[in-house]
Design a protein around this ligand. Structure first.
Ligand code: NDP
Length: 292
């Protein structure tokens, strides 16, 4: 099936971030639209750093059906909404805004369900209830992951961050079962875990990479990296070399996009569309371009 020509009835949604140029969301969402023959389109929006609120105010009323929100606007997106889902509240951030015809905005957060769905797809059998999970980082992504794991029944969620005070603040805000570990307590934090999740931006933009002693985690522990450029990050490569199963950040990106598509266009994306292969091809083309 192919998408009908753009018309006066076309549903418009998009992604807003700064920068947004390298977002894979337009590729993924438009592939699903095309396959389903939906009269919809999904486009990028890049407001200036101080222009997010003007953009969102301008969209109140429903000219655009909704927006996915990425860095650095997830927290302000939450603050601008009139209605906030429990999971967005717990994450203290929103990656999904829906604009209603009466001028109101609702905010949701699908990153946590995306994370859990990525585990289900790439590490089948992983059970968040089975034992402690360690999350590295204490930014928005770490908080969202901790909240989602807690909601999924995790017995203990350990947060370990370079700046320990931030991990303590997130643990205090979320409460049980989330606990903070000091930056130098990695050995204790890895003890008995069922998963280690990298929710830091270490290694991105030439910052120092993480060097995690995966051999201190149980053999069955799963390593997950939210970063997906490259697809196999040094964190995942080390985990794999130590015999641990891995889950990549691209799977999380795709899985968080599924409920967004449904919220924008009123139907589930067709799972037969291989958006993962499309995204990998786009990442490879981008890498080749950078090396040329
Ligand atoms: P934030 O900027 O809010 O947090 C960044 C975190 O990384 C902080 O905890 C920071 O520590 C830590 N950090 C940065 N550099 C280093 C380093 N060199 N060593 C150790 N820790 C470091 O970002 P987000 O939480 O929003 O996002 C984190 C990552 O997750 C990003 O790369 C983002 O792209 C990715 N992400 C991927 C998603 C997906 O779908 N795959 C979804 C959401 C996010 P400190 O507090 O000490 O500064």
């Amino acid at each position: 099936m192919s998408r009908p020509p753009i018309s006066g009835a076309t549903t418009v949604a998009g992604v807003v971030g700064s920068p947004v140029r390298h977002s894979l969301s337009p590729l993924i969402q438009n592939a699903w639209l095309q396959a389903a023959g939906v009269d919809g389109v999904y486009v990028p929006f890049t407001p200036p750093a101080d222009g997010f609120d003007r953009l969102v105010r301008g969209l109140r009323g429903g000219a655009v059906r909704g927006l996915n929100v990425t860095l650095p606007f997830k927290e302000v997106a939450l603050a601008m909404a009139d209605r906030v889902s429990d999971r967005a509240k717990a994450a203290a951030a929103s990656n999904l805004l829906i604009f209603h015809g009466d001028g109101t905005i609702s905010a949701d957060n699908t990153d946590g369900t995306g994370l859990l769905a990525a585990f289900a797809a790439q590490a089948p059998g992983f059970d968040p209830k089975a034992g402690p999970v360690l999350i590295l980082g204490a930014g928005g992504a770490a908080r969202g992951a901790a909240a989602a794991l807690a909601a999924a029944g995790a017995r203990q969620v350990r947060l370990l961050n370079r700046t320990a005070a931030k991990a303590e603040a997130v643990a205090a805000a979320l409460g049980k079962p989330v606990v903070a570990f000091a930056a130098n307590e990695i050995a204790a934090a890895l003890m008995g875990v069922t998963a280690v999740i990298n929710a830091t931006s270490a290694g991105v933009a030439d910052s120092a990479e993480l060097d995690i002693p995966f051999e201190l985690a149980p053999r069955g522990a799963v390593a997950m990296d939210m970063v997906y450029t490259p697809l196999e990050t040094p964190f995942l490569a080390r985990a794999k070399a130590s015999g641990r199963r891995t889950v990549d950040g691209l799977e999380m990106l795709i899985r968080q996009a599924e409920p967004s598509f449904e919220a924008f266009y009123g139907q589930r994306p067709d799972p037969r569309v291989d958006v993962r292969a499309l995204a990998i091809a786009a990442l490879e083309a981008r890498k080749a371009e950078a090396q040329a």
